[in-house]
Design a protein around this ligand. Sequence first.
Ligand code: PLP
Length: 698
Amino acid sequence: MSLEYIDKLKELAYNLWWTWNPEGKKLFRMIDPILWDELRENSIKILQRTDRLNEILKRREFLNEVEYVYLVFRSYLDTPGPYFQKIRKPMAFFSPEYGLHHTLYIYAGGLGLLAGDILKEASDLNLPMVGIGFMYPQGYVRQKIKADGWQEDLQNHIKKEDMPVQKVYENGDWLKVYCYCFDELVYAGVWEVSVGRVKLYLLDTDVEENPPWHREISYQLYTPDQEMRLKQQIVLGFGGMFLLKKLGIDICGVHVNEDYPALALVARLIQFVEEGEDFDSAVSQVRETSLFTTHTPLRSAINTYPFHIVENQFRFLWEKFGIDKEKFLDLGTNSQNPSEGFNSTILAMRLSKYTNTVSQKHQEVAKKQWHFLWSDRSLKDVPIDYVTNGVHLPTWIDEDLRNLLNDHLGSRWLEVHDSENLWELIDLIPDEKFWEIHYKNKQELCHLIKERLRKRWTEKNLDSSLVIAEGAFLDHDFLTIGFARRMTGYKRATLIFEDLERLKRILKDPERPVQIIFAGKAHPQDHEGKEMIQKIINIARNPDFAGRIAFIEDYDQELAYYLVKGVDVWLNNPIPPLEACGTSGMKAGINGVIHLSIMDGWWIEGYNGKNGWAFGDYEVDDDRNPKDAEAIYEILENEVIPLYYYWDETGIPRKWVKKMKEAIKSIAPHFCARRMLKEYISKFYTRIDAAEKELRNL
Ligand SMILES: *Cc1c(COP(=O)(O)O)cnc(C)c1O
């Protein structure tokens, strides 16, 4: 009998559905709450602890809970959702990284988290979608701060058997696909990740059929080795398309997430040509059924390769396509600056009828940036659309807040959470309840930080000043500012240190103390990012700042979840217009954490005068650094601090809570993944699906 329960538990553990449904989390926690925390909420590892499992399987109430949760889960899977028939065939979503859960460590930052949120939302809407990505056996680097404040990049050796991934089998053997990289055959094993109703397939070159130099292809996310990157692109694009064919998944089109998977479109060209189309008609069919999303205006994010490398790899194609070399290379050539090499973004744009950016402002920037590709058109007619990002609400909202909303918005509120009217009901919820939850979140964050620190202190002989710099003196009663994102130049993590004396006065005010919590990794090659971290650490450990600044190591999805709900203010001050969208501020907003942000990315659309603070909506000038920092100090001194410390006799900062409600109300319905995905569907997917239908009927 218990076997049947174990099977159910396993099925639940291997489907990420549990990560965004409180019933699921609660079930795994029941097995052993302390162990669950110790294993960092790893559903696979906890089931490997058969001692605990056998124990709990003797308890009737646990068995009942398994039955109940399994029933909820099955009914989720088996009930056709609202978007079941919006498109006839699945959309293939290709992305170099996916941030689905911290135990599946195959993401670096915002791009991956967004891809993860898209798959989850596709599952909730029951939109036919299949994801393709990479299994990185080493994941992304882990961060450790050394005594001198410098970031150490730790190689990660992920144990795949501890992750919610399963091999795909074909006739009893692990399914492998292959493709050619520079005339050599490269194999990739296929892993499956279940994201609710959606399947994500991950390609893994670390298989015995490959020689060591090919096994390494998928080791690392964003390797600096250019040839290796091209090989990754080849495996992702060619291997991915081959896999879909092999699995018999008949897709309506391809959604290319940033330029890394651009070669999927070339692989599709080959498929059409092999079906008998000539090159031009294949190009037109691929174009009609492809969407490319660009996520940043930064040039460094564009993958370019010397022509001779590309030529070497794709020689076999010209003959196959019946075209000359130039015609192929033209697909990825910037005619204004051919010397930059073969450009994956240009390739993706030329092979996709639809291109979109990730916010309205980013659209404006991208139109200027890429105008030369459509030089016969006026700027406003450059065919680049936009869909502003959103975050998967059930993933990012605090559980207690979710329960509070269950009580006040009606039990089915989640099903219509992108409706603006729904959120008006928030005003009817007593302030005390909001504050209670928020206060608990602040406590939890401080607790988590200190417990991690305690562990490091006992285990690793931590430099004692680092203990202070990493948050030992944090106090959950103080006004707390959060700043967590990738540490890289344009995000300006150290902007607030522009005037240290003024900052000191703000933080150390004995009656109205303020503290700042930072987190974020620098890419191993990003020296400037590492310098920023060192600067933060050195200021944080300086007694003059009284322990009111903290830098938390090893930012990941788990820490992000606690941070975006456990601080009071979310600070965002990139150099405009370089933050194409930004999503961490949305995660904060849906939890009532108030955004203090420069006017860039999504905040230009999100700010309504009442739901947070904004600065920097002036024309660009030369020395805007000091001006931006000054704007932050002024807003803090004149608005944020007085508002937070205005407590009435009931012991609640009522005006603050009013702003929290305003933030949730205005941000949740508009900046959720549901609104975003529905826009992708109506603007692109349904058109692609219709075009595919027409092409197939010819
Ligand atoms: C949301 C998120 C990001 C992206 O944050 P931005 O504000 O867009 O830079 C990066 N990393 C993690 C772990 C996240 O959860």
